[in-house]
Design a protein around this ligand. Sequence first.
Ligand SMILES: Nc1ncnc2c1ncn2[C@@H]1O[C@H](COP(=O)(O)OP(=O)(O)OP(=O)(O)O)[C@@H](O)[C@H]1O
Ligand SMILES: [Mg+2]
Length: 450
Amino acid sequence: MAPMMHIMVVDDEEAICVALSAWLTKEGYNVETAASGPAALARMEEKHNDLYLVDFKMPGMDGLQLLAEIKMRQPDATVIMITAHGSIQSAVEAMKRGAVDYLCKPFDPEELSLLMERVAAAKTLQRTATDADGQWGAAQQPAWGGIVGQSEALRIVLDEIEEVAPTTAPVLITGETGTGKDLLALAIHMRSEQAGGPFMAINCGAQSETLLESELFGHERGAFTGAVKARRGRLEMANGGTLFLDEIGEISPKMQITLLRVLEEKKFCRLGGNQPVDTHFRLVSATHRDLRQLLREGQFREDFFYRINVLTIHIPPLRERLEDVPVLADFFLHRYAAETGKPVEGLTPRAVEILMNYNWPGNVRELRNVIERVVVIARGRMIGAEELAFLQPHADTCGPEPTTLREVERHHLLNALENSDWNITRAAKLLDIDRVTLSRKMKRLNLKRP
Ligand SMILES: Nc1ncnc2c1ncn2[C@@H]1O[C@H](COP(=O)(O)OP(=O)(O)OP(=O)(O)O)[C@@H](O)[C@H]1O
Ligand SMILES: [Mg+2]
């Protein structure tokens, strides 16, 4: 459940403040208003909002000046400019200076609510990122906000991201469902030169082809029944930023041809229009499907494939990077404990062992759901093996060999530690190794005194 988004509307026209505030409140957001730039800044001393809707033309401090002041005080603030029709040029200027989008007066309620949904979604991602930083601090990779893990496999993926992000080449992210492809796409955007521009995501598999087309291309007024106003599409809104085409394996060959043309010409027409619109964006796509297989089956076009797949990043399934399981589990556990107010503090070593012995067909998403569930039912401070009993090891999925050397070692060390009441010196003696070696192994296998 995403926390409520807090919005401030800054406009010298009272009618606009009242109208926007009423509309957004009705949509379920927390809204406050300010009649001028200085008033907004004064209020910011007390409270930061997630989103600022700022009018361009205000007497005294204008919208652009206020935008700069807001960004200085609250760099993670999202700012959207409100502009009258015909002043698109200044809107473009604002986007260059860090505004994420603009709204034209008079407002189109549909456009407004779509925009709000998008901002709220981006905020949730941003929040996950901040949470992760807070949680792990220097122990993890603070620069990698939101992406938690300690495996070598993930390290390699993050190194690859570091390498590809600053280029402008299209990136294709592959990996099973729930492995974190969305997070990686955002990480690429955040580390790219377009980081200050919009991150525009669209799920190609979630809607009909007609709807997808209109979402991407936007339309002119009267393009089809019900198109009472012109609307910008994602291709246009991604200008200056990143376009993230999620589930790209789902789009039809016909749509692939259309998109290929846009990618090559960097311009397109809105539906029902014949005025070409320029757009420049970095393309990131993702899929859980095997595109080469689709190529062979003739469902995917070769030219399109090579166009989107200049650089590839593959994120391995969780079962191939089990070292990430304990830290991810801990991360989600603290998050849900905080969210639900439950005094849950951690997992017993036996519980961790169960998690490590499971195959995770649904990957990180499944782990997240499992932890959410056990936090809800937890009665003590520690989550034990009993609470995770529903996780059958390797539940009839064909995973890797069930017992790796690592698992055997972990199990053996755990036994020794439990038999010696977690006294390292005694456990080391039992195992016939020195204390330093044992401590190092414990760290590597994430064995902690309960
Ligand atoms: N390394 C990670 N650290 C923290 N959270 C993660 C990590 N990987 C994935 N998640 C979380 O797991 C969930 C699923 O991730 P995400 O939506 O990015 O997966 P996906 O690969 O896009 O899946 P799908 O193919 O189903 O779209 C999200 O809640 C995401 O925040
Ligand atoms: Mg996804």
